[in-house]
Design a protein around this ligand. Sequence first.
Ligand SMILES: [Zn+2]
Length: 196
Amino acid sequence: MSKLYFRYGAMGCGKTMQLLQVAFNYEERGHKVCVIKPKTDTKNGSKLLTRIGPERETDFCFDKKTNIFEKIAKKYLKVSCILIDEAQFLTKKQVDELLKITTDLNIPVMAYGLRLNFRQEDGGFEGATRLLQIAHDIEELKTICECGRKATMNCRFLNNKLTTEGPDILIDDGSSKIEYRALCPKCFYKYQKGEE
Ligand SMILES: [Zn+2]
């Protein structure tokens, strides 16, 4: 039986890079894959980009209303694997559709995403929460904090100050400097206290 995989990790841990590697491995062996991502990730259009270079066009982008099961059943039945970037933006219903793709269509699904949003404590992302609940196989992709410890938290900095308030998606209108950093809990608390 095919499985639903969830690979999570803080920003910069190489999730998209690993997704592209898996796609490459399938295609090198003559298999087709279907690569998808949410429309909310508008910064790169419909493309997947990585910090270290490789990029790829997606097969389709989804929004909160897309029925992913139907879309796959109609057009992508011949693929050997479905690969999803930024999977935290899936709805609970869509994650349930992914599980149904593995059981009813017998296609493995690999979802890559964040585990928790930058606020750290209000339930995080619906898609990530559901994936952690029902995926067959869950694995953390590790990355390093600026101090050298393992980074587990995805943190938003506004004008160089750590912030845990605001919407999930912040549009960069150029009025303030927005960045995300992967931190270990010790550094997170240090920045939260306002120590530099
Ligand atoms: Zn640290």
